[in-house]
Design a protein around this ligand. Sequence first.
Ligand code: SF4
Length: 335
Amino acid sequence: MRKELIDGMVETALNGQSISNEQALQLESFSHEELDYLFIGTDRIRDQFKGENVKICSIVNAKSGRCVEDCSFCGQSSSFKTDAPEFELMSVEEMVTAAKEAEAFGANEFSIVASGTKMNDREELDRVKEAVRRIKAETNLETCCSLGLMELDHLKELKAAGLDRCHHNLETAASHFEKIVTTHTYEDEVRAVKNAQEAGLDVCVGGIFGMGETFTQRVELAFSIRDLGTQSLPINFLKPIEGTGMDHLETIEYYDALKTIALLRLILPKIDLFVCGGREEVLTDKQEKLFSAGANGILGGNYLTTKGQDPKRDIGMIEELGLRPPASWEVNSNR
Ligand code: SF4
């Protein structure tokens, strides 16, 4: 057991610093016993910077399918034949209703997600802006949008409408990107994040793990996200969707997933870490370990094209651990 190495890494993160690249690479060879010892430390780091409050983010798939990009994990790309739904952008009313439903089951953050390279149609953009304005006025939710490779001026308009945050994943490490997407570049992804920051928005930048990348590439992605200065990071584990370019891959193994969460907590000790897509499939009936591995948030409700578990089960899991779900849950459950 490499106790000294683990203690040193945890101490560094408890001081608010990232572990080094060399230390991060050592995690690859950790045994289950070493990982269990590490999770005691990552739990302390989560507790020190995030306390007992758990964040729950919820999304609405506001526009689905028919995307011209070829992201090989995505059921919404027109490059693949899948069962993913196809529909145009929802009405303002539908987006606001989805936000209110999310708040009622306990979410404290809500994201409007639309398929496609970017949203640059004036009518569509105005509709999302109006939805953001109404969600800010009619709920206590923090607002987020995930609309693709957005331009600076459009992001500024969304910010003026009341948008708090922009979500944009880098998807994977720069060195692995061309194996995943060929219709746009890694630099395009980075520019979209920088545009959001320049527009004055907080950013939420993450990726998908289990897409054939090496552990070294996971470390590479983690440091790239750190260097961008994100406020939160969604961790997704690939759920291979039939018909996509990744339907032949196996889901990531349980301890490997937890190790990835811990890696991110050790490199980004202070930010919000959410476990999102693939949570139920990969962590199955032992999902509570995601918090000791270092995450302080989850995506609740449904995913883009697949169903999530019952939100009440999530709240039960959080409360059983002695952690605290968002205040919106208490307000709504006491009604
Ligand atoms: S991830 Fe987004 S950009 Fe890529 S194919 Fe899917 S909807 Fe299109």
